[in-house]
Design a protein around this ligand. Structure first.
Ligand SMILES: *[C@@H]1O[C@H](CO)[C@@H](O)[C@H](O)[C@H]1NC(C)=O
Ligand SMILES: *[C@@H]1O[C@H](CO)[C@@H](O)[C@H](O)[C@H]1NC(C)=O
Ligand SMILES: *[C@@H]1O[C@H](CO)[C@@H](O)[C@H](O)[C@H]1NC(C)=O
Ligand SMILES: *[C@@H]1O[C@H](CO)[C@@H](O)[C@H](O)[C@H]1NC(C)=O
Ligand SMILES: *[C@@H]1O[C@H](CO)[C@@H](O)[C@H](O)[C@H]1NC(C)=O
Length: 580
């Protein structure tokens, strides 16, 4: 197996790239010309990916935890250009339990996206609410239509507590859920009626090869076998993909002797934590694998990986009645990619395209994301501006904060190692503590903010990092605060607040006049580590805006007139950055 030869001793050959040419031979695959491409396939916070190929389109989904809207669907024709086409969870009525999520990475866990008999299905588990974990099955006949996802079918399998559900239809048309079961630390299967949530008896299938957390199961039928693929080792440095198969759906399953089939564990690679795979076949018959991976280097590298778990792509050779062979995940790879095409209909943004908004119309772009539900009257869009009312609580909140309290925050994922993000804002606070600004935000306990704030009766710019430990009891030493005066010439004017990542470990924050080629003042630098790991281990970083009364009585809104995000470079290996 290729991955054996690619495993390197820790820290040795840190810059090793895929030396051997990809191995293709034998089997029922149809490889065309090999084309070079780079990972991540979909950069930024997109963990636990699940992808399918249906009628000329590829579709992918990923986990979203506390983020709302939730469960984005990305569509592509070429596995390279991905358009955000819909959000499975787009209205509060679908999943009111968001307002109960107290934890910083609970809510919407790993989904599975499947297509059967003309209908697209998403099955997912909700964690962190009163009656959770519970499962939901959403369906749509056209995921390119953002309004196509409706009310989920909900169910709790009361015989087993489980998460990471997979949906699989057997040849007789019966649907099955396979899921990780807490009690046995293994994976069970049970028949399900996807239209009602009624379920049948459980069968334990496979507990994996002995790695911790044998989870993220996906079931496939190919040739004479049922294949069960798992994630094992936990979603960090030991993460790996393992596989077992059986001629009968309910087992017994035989584990592959060369497991794991995909991992970067115990290597010195830049892409780590590779696991939680899904497989699909393209329209030429080639097999592909996707997985999550963290661009963090081996243990002890920089500790800065704010984009968290991202979606990566690798070619797979899967011979008839044989085991799948996966190319190891690297930043630069080759594979039989489909011809380039951007023929994906929709108004949603292309992932790699960046933002330039002057705010028109009556809704926010599909990829603008809140933390839980936003306040009902959070914003209005009018006269070329996004006017945002303050939430009483700031992004951190205090001991009286409840998950049902809502934050005036909206952001977009950091999708590039190097980028510039800025907003132009009109804000004339009247009450003490009123604040509006930009944030580098992972969750309430991990964020860095540059705000315009009324302090002791005058307008200041305040740069502050919030970084509590994973139990939210200790303040990280990264916590810092810088307060500077807002220059007189800017008071009463539209002010530009800018975040720039000029390296993979730090963000620089600036303030200045909102005009072309404006000379901005550097307010300070904050570490990428603030939004890496800890309570952001499962999630990732957003760039966005916030408006708050900081616990006071203030109610002055802020108007954002321009919002720009421009990707400038993607680090794909220790010494390689692809500039855009
Ligand atoms: C999985 O683990 C449980 C609990 O230890 C055990 O009862 C069961 O037999 C195991 N399943 C398989 C397929 O080995
Ligand atoms: C789709 O979901 C709805 C619930 O919103 C359910 O009534 C319907 O039966 C489902 N359709 C299919 C084909 O599963
Ligand atoms: C990584 O190394 C550890 C310690 O030697 C070992 O237990 C583990 O199985 C290895 N993981 C993989 C995926 O090779
Ligand atoms: C997190 O802990 C800090 C420090 O103990 C506290 O001030 C804050 O209110 C806590 N936040 C939440 C949301 O519990
Ligand atoms: C957030 O607001 C609380 C009052 O609700 C205040 O005590 C705290 O200092 C503020 N924290 C930050 C980081 O602004």
């Amino acid at each position: 197996m290729l991955w054996h030869s690619s495993i390197l001793p820790l820290f040795a050959a840190a810059n090793a790239v895929l030396a051997a040419p990809p191995k293709y031979g034998g089997g029922d695959h149809h490889h065309d010309k090999l084309v070079e491409y780079t990972n991540p396939m979909i950069p930024g916070y997109r963990p636990d990916p699940s992808c399918i190929a249906v009628e000329g389109f590829f579709y992918c989904i990923s986990s979203t935890f506390n983020s709302f809207p939730g469960l984005p669907i990305y569509a592509s024709r070429d596995l390279q250009n991905w358009r955000h086409v819909s959000n499975v969870i787009h209205s509060e009525e679908q999943v009111p339990e968001y307002s109960q999520i107290a934890g910083m990475q609970e809510g919407i866990y790993a989904p599975t996206l499947r297509h059967h008999d003309g209908t697209f299905y998403v099955i997912v588990t909700f964690m962190g609410a009163a009656d959770s974990p519970f499962h939901m099955i959403f369906n749509s006949t056209d995921p390119l239509d953002p309004s196509s996802w409706g009310t989920p079918v909900r169910f709790i399998n009361t015989d087993i507590g489980s998460f990471d559900p997979d949906l699989f239809w057997d040849d007789d048309g019966q649907a099955y859920v396979t899921a990780h079961v807490f009690d046995i630390v293994g994976n069970n299967i049970y028949p399900i009626d996807v239209t009602t949530g009624e379920y049948g008896p459980n069968t334990n299938l496979w507990n994996g090869t002995g790695g911790v957390w044998p989870e993220g199961p996906h079931m496939y039928r190919k040739d004479d076998y049922y294949y069960l693929v798992l994630a094992e080792g936990g979603t960090s440095f030991d993460h790996m993909v393992t596989i077992a198969r059986s001629k009968e759906l309910l087992g017994p399953y035989e584990a592959y002797e060369n497991n794991p089939i995909q991992t970067n564990a115990n290597t010195s690679q830049y892409f780590q934590a590779v696991g939680h795979a899904d497989f699909f076949q393209d329209f030429e018959g080639n097999w592909w694998g996707i997985a999550l991976s963290i661009r963090q280097g081996p243990p002890g590298y920089t500790g800065s990986y704010p984009m968290g778990r991202e979606t990566v792509l690798y070619p797979v050779t899967w011979p008839e009645n044989g085991w799948p062979e996966c190319e190891p995940v690297r930043g630069r790879m080759r594979g039989p990619l489909p011809r380039k095409s951007r023929k994906v209909p929709g108004d949603g943004p292309w992932v790699e395209e960046g933002d330039d908004y002057k705010f028109k119309g009556d809704s926010l772009p599909l990829h603008f994301t809140h933390f839980r539900f936003p306040p009902e009257d959070m914003y209005t869009i009018a006269d070329g501006g996004l006017t945002v009312n303050p939430s009483k609580y700031n992004l951190t909140g205090d001991e009286t904060f409840e998950p049902s309290d809502r934050l005036s925050f909206v952001g977009r994922r950091q999708t590039d190692t190097l980028f510039t993000y800025y907003v132009d804002v009109d804000f004339s606070p009247e009450a003490e503590g009123e604040e509006a600004g930009v944030t580098i935000f992972a969750n309430q306990w991990q964020h860095s903010d540059l705000g315009l704030v009324m302090l002791d009766g005058s307008l200041k710019a305040r740069l502050r990092t919030t970084s509590f430990g994973s139990d939210n009891t200790t303040t990280d030493t990264a916590g810092s605060e810088t307060i500077v005066d807002v220059p007189k010439k800017l008071i009463g004017k539209t002010i530009r607040l800018q975040v720039q990542a000029a390296s993979d470990t730090e963000y620089d924050l600036y303030m200045g006049a909102a005009r072309k080629n404006s000379k901005l003042e550097h307010v300070g630098t904050v570490p990428g580590a603030v939004t890496s790991g800890s309570n952001a281990q499962f999630t990732g970083t957003f760039l966005g805006i916030f408006v708050t009364a900081n616990g006071g009585e203030g109610s002055t809104p802020a108007t954002f007139k321009r919002w720009v995000y421009k990707g400038q470079g993607q680090k794909i290996d220790f010494d390689e950055t692809v500039y855009s």
